[in-house]
Design a protein around this ligand. Structure first.
Ligand code: NAP
Length: 263
């Protein structure tokens, strides 16, 4: 199946490793030009080089912390200046820290909004006029299974990601007539640095090895294993493609069956 992504311009935030990187890689493999950002320049440049070498795609890497509005604006402007258009926006970053209600203060709530919600709002605000004038656009937010079922001890993530879903669902309706789709992916467990860090912290708390903790996670998944980020990226690239033109306002869990709810 030809996804129709050749020469489309895709912007992926938080893309030097993990799910963002895998998504940028797949989009590039499908012929898109990709712009990536992350905070740390060296791993970002290395990621961009790996993608360019493996796919021959045009790749632009701009160091940027998405919590800093001017830096985020600069990243999006750089991509626009480079290609004169933006067709696809994939929003992603790290997740907020763990914590329960009694342990989280107001400042931590505000930082979580500054990381998980506001960069999505700002990035969309900046690219939407370009997509509208082209009458074509794909906005895809990487959220979490937390939007389907809250994850224990991750109150900030559960709350802020649900706000992103509320934004996407409402916006999808507002921009549908302009050929712009807005969707979310809610990942379960994927083998990334963030998941390894979360498993390490849980293993230490439980007094078990990291491998034992990983086995516990895997046993909890009906498919019996943790996902490969490239499996995530396969579906992400599809949602960003021409082929997904009739899909909008939707949130898809990709989780090996981890989510047990009916809807
Ligand atoms: P990851 O391996 O930690 O990768 C995060 C990427 O985002 C890195 O490239 C990181 O680079 C970049 N980043 C982090 N903070 C940033 C910021 N403020 N500005 C710009 N870039 C930033 O994480 P992941 O596992 O791929 O997860 C991606 C998202 O999916 C996270 O929000 C995570 O919570 C969520 N999620 C993941 C899983 C999973 O199983 N992996 C499950 C559910 C939800 P720098 O550090 O250099 O900035």
């Amino acid at each position: 199946m030809d996804l129709g992504l050749r020469k489309r311009v895709a912007l992926v935030t938080g893309a030097s490793r993990g799910l963002g990187y895998a998504t940028a890689f797949r989009l590039a493999e499908e012929g898109a030009h990709v712009a990536l950002c992350a905070r740390n320049e060296k791993p970002l440049q290395e990621a961009a080089q790996r993608i360019a070498e493996a796919t021959q795609a045009e790749v632009l890497a701009v160091p940027c912390d998405v919590t800093e509005p001017e830096a985020l604006e600069g990243f999006l402007d750089a991509a626009l200046a480079n290609w004169g258009r933006v067709d696809i926006l994939v929003t992603n970053a790290g997740g907020p820290p763990p914590g329960q209600f009694d342990t989280l203060n107001q400042e931590q709530w505000e930082q979580a909004a500054n990381l998980t919600l506001f960069p999505v709002v700002r990035a969309i605000r900046q690219v939407l006029p370009v997509m509208r004038s082209a009458q074509w656009g794909r906005i895809l937010n990487i959220t979490s299974i937390a939007v389907k079922q809250p994850v224990q001890d991750l109150l900030l993530s559960n709350a802020m990601r649900s706000a992103v879903v509320g934004l996407a669902k409402t916006l999808a309706d507002e921009v549908a007539a302009d050929g712009v789709t807005v969707n979310n992916i809610a990942p379960g467990y994927f083998n990334t640095e963030r998941l390894q860090q979360l498993m390490k912290a849980r293993a230490e708390k439980a007094g078990i090895s990291q491998q034992e903790q990983q086995d516990i996670y895997a046993r909890n998944v009906p498919l019996g294993r943790i996902g490969d980020p490239m499996e995530f990226a396969d579906f992400a690239a599809f949602l960003c493609s021409e082929r997904a033109a009739y899909i909008t306002g939707a949130t898809f869990q990709i989780d090996g069956g981890l989510y047990r709810g009916m809807t």
